[in-house]
Design a protein. Structure first.
Length: 70
């Protein structure tokens, strides 16, 4: 809400309308949060895949000094 509302000055119908608007606003914000969390999870998954791709080859190489029996 952009402006302060004196709830004591509102009629019963105005309070119902305000409550309805607030419920819609909360639902929209919940949907936005859920969408952003899903996108964030997708980015985390993609980063994990890229890190595995980047570091997997280096970690698989054997160092002959460490493993002389190979």
């Amino acid at each position: 809400m952009d402006q302060q509302v004196d709830l004591n000055q509102l009629s019963a119908q105005q309070l119902r309308d305000l409550a309805g608007k607030l419920l819609v606003d909360v639902q929209q914000k919940d949907n936005t949060i859920q969408r952003i969390q899903l996108q964030n999870d997708q980015y985390k998954h993609e980063i994990a895949i890229l890190r595995r791709h980047q570091f997997a080859r280096r970690s698989e190489v054997l160092n002959r000094e460490v493993a002389p029996f190979v």
